[in-house]
Structures are given as C-alpha cells and as structure tokens.
Ligand binder design. Structure first.
Ligand SMILES: Nc1nc2c(c(=O)[nH]1)N[C@H]1C(S)=C(S)[C@@H](COP(=O)(O)OP(=O)(O)OC[C@H]3O[C@@H](n4cnc5c(=O)[nH]c(N)nc54)[C@H](O)[C@@H]3O)O[C@H]1N2
Ligand SMILES: Nc1nc2c(c(=O)[nH]1)N[C@H]1C(S)=C(S)[C@@H](COP(=O)(O)OP(=O)(O)OC[C@H]3O[C@@H](n4cnc5c(=O)[nH]c(N)nc54)[C@H](O)[C@@H]3O)O[C@H]1N2
Ligand code: SF4
Ligand SMILES: [Mo]
Length: 711
C-alpha cells in the first residue's frame, strides 16, 4: 500500500487505458471506481467494466496461496512459496539439462505489466538461453506489429486519442469499438455528432454491431474479405484522383507496383468478392478520400486472419496514398486490446523480439542486450522462439516439455482447444501464475499454481494504444500470499541460481533497468521515471530525456519514417483465401468475438452479477433465413460442428444483424461456465505466415438443431 497515493490509476481492462480514481474502504480494499477527470488521455470517461472492478477484484474466487499437484490425476494441494517455486525451478532445471533450453517456454500476456514482462524475458532469453517467450498478444495484434514494421519501418501506432477530436472521417475496420473500446468510440461519436453531414463514421464488419449501427456507412463484408475490400477502396481513390501525389512522391516508395496490383480490383470486382454493394464501397472511398483528415481504427476482424498482415498493410496503404498520416485527425490506428499489449511488444514479449523493438535475429541488437544484461553474447539465441500457437503444438508433439503460463487462460482462449488440451496433458511441467481459481487451465492441467497479486495490489507501468506509458500504483493489500508477477519471476531466477542478476526489491528498480535498454531507440523512454509519471500522469513515447514532454504524433512533416531511406513502403497485399471457406459439408462461416460487459475468459467479469445481466449465456447468432432452413427458432439449442475438431452446443439467437451464410458466437464462456463447450473447440489454428496470428475470425461449420433441447 502506498501512503502518498492520491487515488489515481489506469483501468486494467482494455488498451484504451482510461484514467481512474479509486476509493478504498476501511480495511483498505478497493471500494469504488470513478473516471479521473484530470487524466490527459481520457478525461474522466470510463465504461461499465471499470465501474464494477471492486466486485471483480474482491471476488471470493481469488487464488490465495500456491498449490502443487502431487501427481497427475490428483487434486492440487496448498503449498508454501519456497516449495512450490523451488520445486518448479528444480523441474525446469532438470528438463533444460536433459533436453536443452528450447524445451521450455513462457506464455505471457498483455495483462502483465511491463516490469513483469521484462524480468521474464531477461530470465528466459538472457539466462536460460531460449527465445520461447511469447504471449496472448500473438492472438491479438501481432499482425498489426508486422504491418507497421513493414510499412513504416518500426512497430508503433503513430496516432493519439486527440485525433478522434479532429478526424473528419473515422473508419472502424474489424473493430466493434462501441463494445470493445467504448470510451474511444464515444469520442468518435461526439466529433461526428458535432458536425453531422460534414464528418462521418464508416464501419467494416460482417455483423451490424453497435458500432455499425451508429456509423454513416456500414460495409457488411463477408468474413475474411478485408484485403479485396481495401484494395477496392484504393482502386476508387486512385481512379478518382483522391490520392496525394506530392506525399506519395516525397515520403513513400513502391507506389507504381501498388498501382499495378490494384488494377484488377475494380469496385465491381471487390463488391462481388466481398458481398458489399458497389455504391456503398464507392461512397466509403469518397468519404475517406475527400475528408480533410481520415483516421482508421482496426482491431481483431482484421488481425485475426490468415491474411491479417496483408489486410493491415492494405489499410495502411490507404493512408500512405492519401497522405492521411502524421497530421491531427489522420492515421492508421491499431487499437490494442489488452491494457499492456503495447508494453509487451515494446519490452520484447513476442518470440522474435528483444527489448525496445530489437530483433533476436540482429547481431548488433543481441550484442547490445548481452552487454546490458552482462551475459556472454553467445547466450542470446539468434533463432526466433516458438509463437503462442506453435508452443501448444510443440507440447502436443513432444518438442516442448515445459510451459510457464502467466496471466492467460489458454484452455479457453486458444484456437483448436482439443489439441491445446492434448499438449497440456503431454507436458512434463505446466506452471500457471494467475489471480483467480479455478480457471480452465489451472484446475485441470497445472502441476504448480502460483497466486498473483493483480491490478490495485502491486505497482508498475503499462502502455496504452496511443503509446502512453502510465504508472499504476499499489492501492490495496494483496490477498493471501499473492505476489507481483515480476517478483515471482525474480524468485524463479534466484531458485535457478541467477540471483545476482535479479536482485530487484521494487518494480521501480526493474523499470529503471529496462528504460536504459530503450536509450537511442525508436521508443526511447529514458526521460520517463516513476516520479514523473506520478507527478505528470502518462507520457507518450518517444520521451528521450527529462525535458521531453513526450510525443503526441509520429511521422509529422519533417520527421522521416523509420526505414533506411526515411520513406514509408507500399507493400502489395496478396489475398489468400482461408482454408476455412464454406463447403457443402460445412456451409456456414462462424466468426467469433466479444460482448460489451464480459472480459475474455470471464475470470473477473464473470463474478459480477450486474455484468452478466445483459448477456448471461453464450449464443449463436444467425440470420432468419439460415434459421428457417435449419428449423431453429430463438432459444433452440444449436449444435455447431467444425470438421473433426469438435462440436459445441449454443442457444440460437435469430437476428437480421448478421448476413445469411455467416454465424457469430462470443468466445468468453469456457468449460467451467458453459457445459455446451467452449467456442474455441471449433476454431482452427491456421495462422498468417508472417505474423503467425491465428485466424480466429473464420471457421467453416455445420449447424443443426439439437432436438428436444431449449435453453
Ligand atoms: N467488452 C470487451 N472489450 C474488450 C475485450 C473484451 O474481452 N470485452 N477485449 C479486449 C481485447 S484483448 C481486444 S483484442 C479487443 C478486441 O476488439 P474488437 O476487435 O473490436 O472485438 P471483436 O469482437 O473480437 O471483433 C471485432 C469485430 O470483428 C468482426 N469481424 C469478424 N470477422 C471479420 C472480418 O473478416 N472482417 C472484418 N472487417 N471484421 C470481422 C466481428 O463481427 C466483430 O464485431 O477488445 C478489447 N476490449
Ligand atoms: N475465438 C476467439 N478466441 C480468442 C479471441 C477471439 O476474438 N475469438 N481473441 C483472442 C485475444 S485478442 C486475446 S487477447 C485472448 C485473451 O485470452 P486470455 O489471455 O486467455 O484471457 P483472460 O481471460 O484475460 O486471461 C487472463 C488471465 O490472467 C488472470 N489475471 C488477471 N490479472 C492478473 C495478474 O495481474 N497477474 C496474473 N498472473 N494473472 C492475472 C485472469 O484471472 C485470467 O485467468 O483471447 C484470444 N482468443
Ligand atoms: S474503455 Fe477500456 S480502459 Fe476505459 S474503462 Fe472501459 S475497459 Fe477500461
Ligand atoms: Mo486481445
């Protein structure tokens, strides 16, 4: 607990990172959460999930002490920290001695704080010598990371939330921001509603979501057809003289190849492939191209695809062609999902990365990190490690022997869960670091379960979607024996014999070491300190020295792109059809996503009755014409079958909001909360070849009525 704490912190749910004010009760627990009116990024706004944080945090399902499983098939039993962590360390050491460092993997999460990530990554890459460090961000925004890097030279959204206040056209592509980034969406609506007819919102989504309903134009495309749609939009822009030739010639490279590539994608062709009416496609292109400033926000509908990188590139290309980047109200803005997905990618939480956007493949980058970590250069492995999906596949086929999971519940959130379960069963060692119990992953598969202190109970930093680094203080005592994740990893390092490099006594010490790694890089935060964050609120990187106030927007006039010649790159997207195209045997296309009041696998929001009210159970949304053909009415139980992978039972919800041929189900409900089975029993693990992000948004399925059953 922090005696000088003034009640200000950041929300632990989505990547918007709203500033909050927290009141505690007589025993110091979190009692009330409000918006922080003074917060520079979000000015007092918040959504329902944040309001009900006290109930979620103080839930009776908190994990209070370490547990170990004496043998597979037996129940977990309580244990002390030394036994649990020491035992896990001994087993890890034994596995590494026998099979080598790449036989172990760390599966982390965008819900860890930057300090947690840093310590885990330093231990694995710098001391154990494996790059098998990845996170659930692989399922989330790795396609955007690859696309930013390919197009702009380095990862990182160039925009700021203030851009919502000046954009004349805001396009949401594969983003249901009304439910998933509500505070940003409200800001976009406020701008549009202040100047109706002059400012516009476009939504690109196969469903008529709350976002689409509020938009001026809704492009209701077939799932998986973003690349053709975006190529079609660029075709119209080029054809109608809505591109910025001066910007193209002075600040970009690759335009003529791009022009060749869009030749075929006439609006008629794009309309035919995507199912979007040609007039709407042309209207959207004109609104985007004629606006003084256009902003695009993209999220999982784009990223979670076998063509996720190409789709992200196709979106960025619209901005490069029109010069809508590096100016107020303009830019390609990847909305990050988790509160610290950004921090994770900055600190090297993805398999091919080292801290501060360095790459494991780059010998200079490895040398810099070896020197900062004071380890031999040869210790740092030049090969990228296994990515999220690959880790679970490697467990199943025996290449990976141990997995250390922190702040994720992969037995619900990974695609193709039957093979994930097989992998977890075959593993020699599964360690789960979580704040709640039971979870589907811990209760069934973990050999060791370690209790984590969570938001409000430990301090550290996180970076929001607009590159804003914020400090989150410890406000309340951690329950039971729970510990901060960074200190659990540091304890593991000590048990493994690396104590002298992990002597941290506070998160601040970890942060100060980490920020040294950023000096001179594209995301230099040498000028950020806990003291400044506490006094000034969040700071947007780069912020290279104490005098810097941070950077609101990247690539403004006079600021080169991060490529060798300073020019952004047009990358020509190719469209790959998904292996999950509908067939006669599986005629419907299942897409998945979120609902407004639940968070992921529901360990927190599922404990709050008020948040369950609006949507108490999962469902399968389908068009009335499909429902009629299948003989399903509202509330009937639909059996959804996906190839040999599995089947799931879901109550039908018949709605015009989804086009015929497409069905939708939220993925929140795991086996512990829905006996009909988790939706990811159906999804497949095919991934984008560049980003290795799986195509969670498209699965070919067959649906039939389960006779005699209703919800
Ligand atoms: N309430 C709530 N908010 C959240 C979260 C949560 O769990 N609950 N999670 C956070 C996290 S980690 C993330 S990543 C974000 C996700 O934020 P979003 O990406 O906005 O959320 P999703 O519902 O996963 O998917 C967005 C939309 O993609 C559409 N879609 C499906 N297939 C396609 C396609 O082929 N093309 C296009 N263009 N669209 C498609 C879906 O219909 C859906 O409406 O939300 C964050 N905010
Ligand atoms: N079908 C389908 N599947 C999807 C998606 C989809 O759109 N469709 N979206 C994907 C995306 S974008 C994401 S981000 C993932 C999310 O999937 P997960 O990462 O599995 O989601 P969470 O439920 O948020 O898991 C976080 C876990 O960390 C615990 N926790 C909370 N705070 C702390 C803490 O401070 N420390 C520790 N150690 N633990 C903590 C929680 O109790 C919870 O068990 O799901 C992915 N899966
Ligand atoms: S919009 Fe996101 S960050 Fe803001 S209060 Fe809601 S969940 Fe939290
Ligand atoms: Mo996510």
């Amino acid at each position: 607990m922090n005696e000088t704490y003034d009640g200000r912190t950041i929300c632990p749910y989505c990547g918007v990172g709203c500033g909050l004010k927290v009141d505690t009760d007589a025993v110091g627990r979190v009692a009330r959460v409000r918006g922080d009116l003074d917060h520079v990024g979000t000015r007092g706004k918040l959504c329902r999930k944040a309001v009900y944080l006290p109930q979620a945090i103080n839930s009776s399902s908190r994990l209070l002490q370490p547990m170990v499983r004496p043998a597979r098939g037996l129940d977990l039993v309580p244990s002390g920290w030394d036994d649990a962590l020491g035992g896990a360390a001994a087993q890890l050491r034994h596995i590494i001695d026998r099979y080598g460092p790449d036989s172990v993997g760390f599966y982390l999460s965008g819900q860890l704080l930057t300090e947690d990530y840093y310590v885990a990554s330093k231990l694995a890459r710098g001391f154990l010598g494996t790059n098998n460090v990845d996170s659930n961000s692989r399922l989330c925004m790795s396609s955007a990371v690859s696309a930013y890097t390919l197009a702009l030279g380095v990862d990182g959204p160039p925009c700021s939330y203030s851009d919502f206040d000046s954009a004349d056209c805001t396009m949401f592509v594969g983003s249901n921001a009304a439910e998933c980034h509500p505070v940003l969406f409200q800001r976009a609506l406020k701008r549009r509603d202040a100047a109706p007819g002059r400012t516009h919102i476009i939504a690109v989504d196969p469903r008529r979501t709350d976002t689409a309903r509020a938009a001026d134009v809704h492009l209701q495309l077939r799932p998986g057809t973003d690349v053709p749609l975006l190529l079609g939009l660029l075709h119209v822009l080029a054809n109608e003289g809505l591109v910025d030739h001066e910007f193209i010639s002075t600040r970009t490279a690759g335009w003529s190849a791009m022009l060749d590539a869009i030749g075929d994608w006439t609006p008629e062709h794009a309309a035919q492939v995507t199912g979007v009416p040609v007039e709407l496609l042309i209207r959207a292109a004109r609104l985007f191209g004629r606006a003084a400033a256009s902003l695009s926000c993209w999220a999982m509908g784009v990223n979670q695809s076998v063509a996720g990188v190409d789709a992200s590139l196709a979106l960025i290309n619209l901005h490069l062609a029109t010069g809508h980047i590096g100016r107020p109200g303009a830019g390609p803005f990847s909305l990050t999902g988790q509160p610290n997905a950004m921090g994770g990618r900055e600190v090297g939480g993805l398999a091919a990365l080292l801290p501060a956007h360095r790459s494991v493949a780059n010998p200079r980058h490895r040398a810099e990190m070896a020197s900062l970590w004071q380890v031999p250069f040869e210790r740092l492995n030049p090969e990228p490690g296994l990515t999220g999906v690959e880790m679970f596949q490697a467990l199943a086929d025996g290449r990976l022997k141990a997995i250390w999971i922190a702040a994720s519940n992969p037995a619900v959130s990974m695609p193709d869960l039957a093979s994930v379960r097989a992998g977890l069963r075959r593993a020699d060692l599964v360690v789960v670091q979580d704040a709640y119990f039971p979870t589907e992953t811990a209760s069934e598969f973990a050999d060791v379960v370690l209790p984590a202190a969570q938001w409000s109970e430990r301090d550290g930093t996180a970076t929001s979607s607009e590159r804003r680094v914020s400090y989150l203080p410890a406000i309340a005592p951690a329950p039971g024996d729970a510990r901060a994740d960074w200190s659990i990893f540091a304890g593991l390092a000590r048990h493994l014999g690396y104590g002298s490099a992990f002597t941290y006594t506070s998160a601040e010490e970890v942060f100060n070491e980490y920020r040294c790694c950023t000096r001179g890089t594209s995301m230099d935060i040498s000028g950020v300190s806990y003291k400044r964050l506490q006094a000034e609120g969040g700071l947007q990187w780069p912020c290279p020295d104490e005098a810097s106030a941070g950077t609101e927007r990247l690539y403004t006039t006079g600021h080169a792109f991060a490529t060798p010649d300073g020019r952004a790159r047009f990358n020509t997207p190719t469209w790959r059809r998904s292996p999950e195209e509908a067939t006669e045997a599986r005629p419907l296309q299942l897409t998945t996503g979120r609902v407004r009041d639940q968070w992921h696998t529901m360990t927190r929001t599922g404990n709050v009755p008020q948040l369950l009210k609006g949507c108490p159970a999962p469902y399968l949304a389908l068009n009335p014409s499909d429902a009629l053909e299948l003989g399903l009415t509202d509330g009937d139980i639909a059996e959804v079958v996906a190839a040999e992978r599995g089947s799931v039972l879901l109550p039908a919800r018949v709605t015009e909001d989804i086009a015929a041929g497409t069905v939708f189900a939220p993925f929140h409900w795991g086996a512990l909360r829905h006996p009909g089975g988790p939706v990811n029993d159906l999804t497949n693990s095919a991934f984008d070849p560049v980003s290795k992000q799986p195509g969670l948004k498209l699965t070919a399925v067959r649906v039939r009525r389960k006779l005699g059953e209703r919800r």
